[in-house]
Design a protein around this ligand. Structure first.
Ligand code: HEM
Length: 284
């Protein structure tokens, strides 16, 4: 049951202070405050607007992926309360995407015709624009009121977050020039999340198989991207992916994170069983 002050970012549905929500709220504010501070100190490099466009875009993608990771985190860590922060993460993604668009408009000297024609003519901007519109619609309808109004259609509507994340990552990769490593890394994490979803709450063995599967998809995407979008010989990219360097290429980064998830799942299971055993023996 929602209370009158449940809109406050650091309270839960019952209106009680939630340390988890407060921490995520502070985390969501941090990039904006960082940008503001650097802007104020004239410390954003020779092209501050361009730098701010890039940073806000990065954080929009990150928060979007974090919001999609909430359901797997709840299942893997057996942590139902994490759901409390999903809306905040999704709204943060939409707000950073809107800030990103606003900064772009400022960079175009606030000329609406230039902005509109650029969005129509440049494919990567058209893709980004569709993603911004979708994210804004999801953020707007994320409230309890809209949830009640739309009932079962609300879930179907909010499943579009996956497609919008796909579009945002496509925009990210399209705008990358020589180095697409960051875009490919986030695509790899997205691939892991999509596989997790397709397997419908996988058990431990399948969870373990997800790590190499997502890493392979990441490596294949990187090879394909460089092969299609640049003149970098694809064999060079493939070779770089074949040697295992834990934090070297996006594929190995995705593999390491996939393994970390398995370790966390095992640790959580052990902890849970130990607690259960202690309870049965009357020790807890
Ligand atoms: C109308 C909507 C959008 C416009 C006009 C726009 C514009 C831009 C521009 C101009 C760049 C820099 C390109 C360059 O330097 O050559 C960029 C990069 C980027 N955009 Fe967007 N964008 C839009 C939507 C989005 C959305 C919805 C997201 C994510 C949710 C996003 C995430 C990014 C990212 C991650 C980068 C790269 C940042 C980096 O290089 O570190 N953009 N965008």
């Amino acid at each position: 049951m929602a209370t009158r002050n449940d809109w406050i970012p650091w309270t839960d549905h019952a209106g009680r202070f939630s340390a988890l929500k407060a921490a995520v709220f502070a985390f969501a504010l941090y990039p904006a405050l960082w940008l503001l501070l650097r802007w104020g100190m004239a410390d954003l490099g020779p092209r501050p607007l361009t730098e701010a466009i890039h940073r806000s875009g990065d954080w929009a993608v990150r928060f979007l992926v974090f919001s999609l990771a909430v359901t797997p985190a709840r299942a893997v860590l057996d942590w139902p309360r994490i759901v409390l922060v999903r809306r905040m993460l999704g709204v943060a993604a939409a707000l950073y995407a809107l800030l990103h668009l606003l900064l772009y408009v400022a960079d175009q000297k606030w000329n609406p015709w230039t902005v509109a024609s650029e969005i129509v003519l440049r494919f990567y901007l058209t893709v980004g624009f569709v993603a911004v519109l979708g994210l804004a619609a999801l953020a707007w309808t994320s409230t309890d009121g809209w949830q009640k109004r739309l009932r079962h259609r609300w879930k179907a509507l909010h499943r579009w977050a996956y497609a919008l994340a796909g579009l945002a990552l496509f925009h990210y990769a399209l705008q990358a020039k020589i180095n697409a490593s960051d875009a490919v890394f986030w695509f790899g994490i997205f691939a892991w999340l999509m596989l997790w979803r397709a397997l419908r709450r996988p058990g431990l063995w399948r969870l373990a198989a997800l790590a190499p599967a997502a890493a392979l998809i990441t490596a294949a995407t990187e090879v394909a991207w460089y092969g299609l979008a640049t003149k970098v010989p694809y064999m060079r990219v493939l070779n770089a992916n074949l040697g295992f360097d834990p934090w070297g290429r996006p594929a190995s980064q995705v593999l390491v994170l996939g393994v970390v998830v398995v370790v966390l799942a095992v640790a959580r299971k052990r902890f849970f069983f130990e607690k259960k055993n202690q309870k049965t023996l009357g020790l807890a």
